[in-house]
Write a protein that binds this ligand. Structure first.
Ligand SMILES: Cc1ncc(COP(=O)(O)O)c(C=O)c1O
Length: 391
């Protein structure tokens, strides 16, 4: 391997949310931080080089996004996901959660309902509630750790005030890379009922073989016409702090309405280093990302093997994508607060609590395994010791 993902890099006192907010969040600075979804790996050298090169020009005024910025996006998605994107479909957002919030404002009115499929990434709820819209929960169906969408349930919940669906694809935290058929069935319901789809595909570069990411927008012209897709290199290349994302809007009306929100908030400028990093990731990142995926697969194998042999009371849902493992710890019979205490005080691991992902999250923990393998091994040993104490 050309890149060294085993290297342990000190992140304390670097203003890293995941590290330097532990005391406030967990009440304990000693927990191994496996919560916030960024990686403990070095941001790739070619991206850092591009950022440094631009920093050498010591004027950081307003900047343009050049044609090469757009071409890098077009070429990346064509190569990796067989998705043909036209330049005029591409818009910008300072982060994907910001794009979700703008989409909620652009495509719904106060009081309208927006569908989410929990357990799901928690800002999906706040971007709806904070904009005075209603959350329509369509909980995923879970059977022995396997998740699927409840499409029959969804049909029964629809009424004319349901205008929008926020789709997490691949799904955080359930780890599903939705199949073409699942997406087509979901999209049919949306087409029949005039529902716009916002597909958050931020994790789409992080899909484990043999699964493949299918952008929902590639299913048909009809579907791409009702879909807005949000993508970014932020998860896959560890660039979240640069808050630079891409919104793909094939439909002219949806594009106009989104861009109006972007202009209203004066959010379109972005920051120069975000644009440079994005272009560098999408132009030069293939080899790095392939190696990252091999390393993450190694971590996932360690995690699932360890759970099977040493921690049989935990059930790990199949991780088809993302570096986030969804751990079913309901067999411990602990209330949320007790489970959190067990994880932070006994195991000394800082995960995300299941209930923050909404209905269906009770008794679960989300563990981020994008860290050097020795750290993951240590966390698992600590968890094993904690279980020993309660057995
Ligand atoms: C599904 C999903 N969407 C969006 C985000 C955050 O995106 P951003 O930092 O660009 O707002 C995350 C981060 O964990 C995520 O998991």
């Amino acid at each position: 391997m050309k890149y060294d993902f085993d290297e342990i890099i000190e992140r304390r006192n670097s203003l890293a949310f995941k590290y330097d907010y532990r005391k406030e969040y967990f009440g304990n600075e000693d927990v191994i931080p496996m919560w916030v979804a960024d990686m403990d790996f070095r941001t790739p050298d070619f991206i850092m080089k591009a950022i440094r090169k631009r920093a050498e020009h010591e004027i950081l005024g307003y900047t343009l996004r050049p044609d090469s910025f757009y071409q890098s996006i077009i070429s990346w998605y064509k190569t990796r996901q067989d998705w043909e994107i036209s330049k005029e479909w591409i818009s910008f957002s300072p982060g994907i959660v910001a794009a979700l919030s703008m989409a909620v404002r652009a495509y719904t009115s106060e009081g309208d309902k927006v569908i989410v499929q929990p357990p799901v990434y928690h800002p999906f709820f706040s971007v709806i509630k904070d904009n005075n819209r209603q959350v329509l929960y369509n909980q995923l169906i879970e059977e022995e750790g396997n998740y699927r969408m409840d499409l029959e349930g969804l049909k029964k919940k629809l009424d004319p005030t349901v205008k929008l669906l926020l789709l997490s694809h691949p799904h955080n935290p359930a780890g599903r890379a939705w199949t073409k058929q699942e997406l087509a069935d979901l999209a049919d319901i949306c087409l029949e009922n005039g529902i716009t789809i916002i597909s958050d595909e931020i994790h789409s570069d992080l899909v484990f073989r043999p699964q493949r990411h299918v952008p929902i927008s590639t299913l048909s012209k009809e579907i791409s016409d009702i879909t807005v897709t949000c993508v970014a290199p932020s998860k896959s290349f560890n660039l979240a702090g640069l808050a630079s994302s891409v919104v793909v809007l094939p439909n002219e009306k949806l594009r106009k309405d989104f861009n109006h929100e972007l202009a209203t908030g004066h959010f379109y400028m972005g920051n120069i280093f975000g644009s440079i990093a994005l272009e560098s990731a999408y132009s030069e990142g293939h080899e790095w990302l392939d190696q990252l995926m091999d390393y993450l697969k190694g971590n996932l194998d360690l995690l699932s093997g360890f759970i099977t042999s040493e921690l049989p009371r935990i059930r790990l849902s199949p991780v088809e994508a993302t570096y986030l493992a969804w751990l079913d710890m309901r067999s411990l019979g602990l209330k949320s607060k007790e489970l959190r205490k067990f994880m932070t005080e006994k195991a000394r691991i800082g995960c995300n609590d299941g209930p923050s992902f909404g209905p269906g999250g009770e008794g679960f923990q989300r563990l981020n395994f994008a860290c050097p393998r020795p750290i993951l091994q240590k966390a698992l040993e600590q968890l094993k010791d904690a279980f020993r104490e309660i057995n």
